[in-house]
Design a protein around this ligand. Structure first.
Ligand code: NAD
Length: 474
């Protein structure tokens, strides 16, 4: 059976506990591998290795660090199919989605931050208060903690800016999907990246994750995951006055107006609800529809949802695979049952597929208002609700009737309305007539219960550096 060990100081390492956790194939529900169940002792070793590697790595020229990231991107690109296969195996996502979108996006993350390393520069201010310039220095050892839904994409989204800015990293991938992160650190070693620059420790959140967050030599923590865990991490880091970046859950609204080209864009709207089985923090799970087109839109959406091919992730025709784990499957199924108890009408879906694995069909629910738990709490599965609205102000009120504030999409031909709403919606990211269109330079993240801080472009480079202002009188 395949085993995913830690990667510390350039070498594979078993957990000091000698224990392994099971890794499952979501498409069959069967165990296919094991991952090291790390401990605080392993974290200690990884942090020591990263601290030892820091002086040399941070002293490299920016262009030198950029070259390492480029070489890692090249090596990943050369093995794209293997990585896509792995991502599909432990996460259950359609192979085609991993091969055509997610692994290429991971390559792009590495390349983007390689360029950022050479473009990120200190600012200077010249004026009445003399000449001031701001140094941006790496922090030292930093921790990254990532979830299972976009395993390699989010892993690289964090390690790339951290390394580009001159830090060394101890990364903890999700114990549910440890495969591609392990393969990537092996690649880093194969291309000769210096030992200790990028370390991976595996294991459970409360054991390894918390030990990492609480380690006094870890200067910053970049976390993506659930709001509950984000709060816990903030609670540990705050008294230590440690920098944290928290990218958390979402319950994103999709606002569909009668004047929009919704028929032409229905594919994208459906994708925004169900891509990766709804397990993307940016998925639009609350679809708000102008009453004039409500019935027509609802019926068309349900028709498309019913036609979505759900099946084996290796089947090239499958657009949706299974949910990631038994625990998550149970949570999503319970979420649908709660929607029924709250009085919701389930228009399609609501069924596990008659096959092994953790498959749930795309589910659309109507008849629930903004106060129901179904419309307030994240389900993170292929479940979307529909709510009608009468005018712009009601649309805005419904969009904002939620404590999360990650993303929103607005579908209308009236651009004045679109810009007005974009300014009023409580979300870190708003798309107009599109979804998941990403420019890596833009600030990425949420407000409210969706998180703290922003990633992306220079926001990430700033997070992973300490500014020091130097002033002199002229
Ligand atoms: P999770 O919070 O359970 O776990 C995320 C990571 O944190 C894992 O590596 C886990 O092992 C670790 N962890 C768990 N408990 C910990 C603790 N006490 N201390 C330190 N680390 C701990 O989240 P998940 O179930 O893996 O991912 C799904 C969640 O992630 C959803 O809520 C989703 O919305 C969110 N998400 C957010 C974004 C974003 O950019 N805002 C992106 C993707 C996913």
């Amino acid at each position: 059976m395949q085993q995913f060990a830690h990667w510390i100081d350039g070498k594979a390492r078993e957990a000091s506990t000698r224990r392994w956790l099971e890794v499952f194939d979501p498409a069959t529900g069967k165990r296919f591998a094991q991952v090291a169940e790390g401990s605080a002792e392993d974290v200690e070793d990884a942090v020591a290795a990263a601290a030892h590697a820091f002086p040399a790595w941070s002293s490299l020229a920016n262009s030198g660090r950029a070259r390492w990231l480029e070489r890692l991107a090249d090596a990943l690109e050369a093995r794209l199919d293997d990585f896509a296969h792995a991502e599909s195996r432990d996460g259950g996502k359609p192979f085609a989605l991993a091969r055509d979108v997610e692994i290429p996006r991971a390559v792009a993350n590495l390349r983007f931050f390689a360029h950022a390393a050479t473009q990120f520069a200190s600012e200077s201010h010249h004026g009445e208060a003399g000449l001031n310039y701001t140094l941006r220095q790496p922090l030292g050892v930093v921790a990254t903690i990532s979830p299972w839904n976009l395993p390699l994409y989010l892993f690289t989204w964090k390690i790339a800016p951290a390394l580009a800015a001159g830090n060394t990293v101890v990364a903890k991938p999700s114990e549910v999907t440890p495969m591609t992160a392990t393969m990537l650190v092996e690649l880093a070693a194969q291309i000769g990246m210096p030992d200790g620059v990028l370390n991976v420790v595996h294991g459970l959140g409360p054991g390894v994750g918390e030990a990492l967050v609480a380690h006094p030599r870890v200067k910053a923590v970049s976390f993506t995951g659930s709001t509950a865990v984000g709060r816990r991490i903030a609670g540990i880091a705050a008294p230590m006055l440690k920098k944290v970046s928290l990218e958390l859950g979402g319950k994103n609204p999709t606002l569909v107006f009668a004047d929009s080209d919704w028929r032409g864009q229905l594919d994208t709207i459906v994708r925004s609800a169900f891509q990766n089985s709804g397990q993307i923090c940016l998925c639009g799970s609350r679809i708000l529809v102008e009453r004039a087109i409500y019935i027509e839109f609802r019926d068309a959406l349900v028709e498309r949802a019913l036609a979505l091919p759900v099946g084996d992730p290796m089947d090239p025709d499958a657009r949706m695979g299974p949910l990631v784990s038994q625990a998550h499957f149970d949570k999503v199924v319970a979420g649908i049952a709660r929607a029924r108890e709250e009085g919701g009408r389930v228009l399609c879906g609501d069924n596990a597929l008659e096959r092994p694995g953790w498959f749930v069909a795309p589910t659309v629910i109507e008849g629930l208002g903004p106060d129901c738990a179904t419309n307030r709490e994240e389900i993170f599965g292929p479940v979307a609700t529909l709510q009608p609205f009468d005018d712009d102000s009601q649309a805005l009120a419904l969009a904002n009737a939620c404590e999360y504030g990650l993303a929103a999409s607005i579908w209308t031909r009236d651009l004045n309305r679109a810009h007005r709403l974009a300014a009023g919606i409580q979300a870190g990211i708003v798309w107009i007539n599109c979804w998941l269109m990403r420019d890596l330079r833009t600030p990425f993240g949420g407000m409210g219960q969706s998180g703290l801080g922003r990633e992306g472009g220079f926001e990430a480079m700033r997070f992973f550096t300490e500014p020091r202002n130097v002033g002199l009188s002229l």
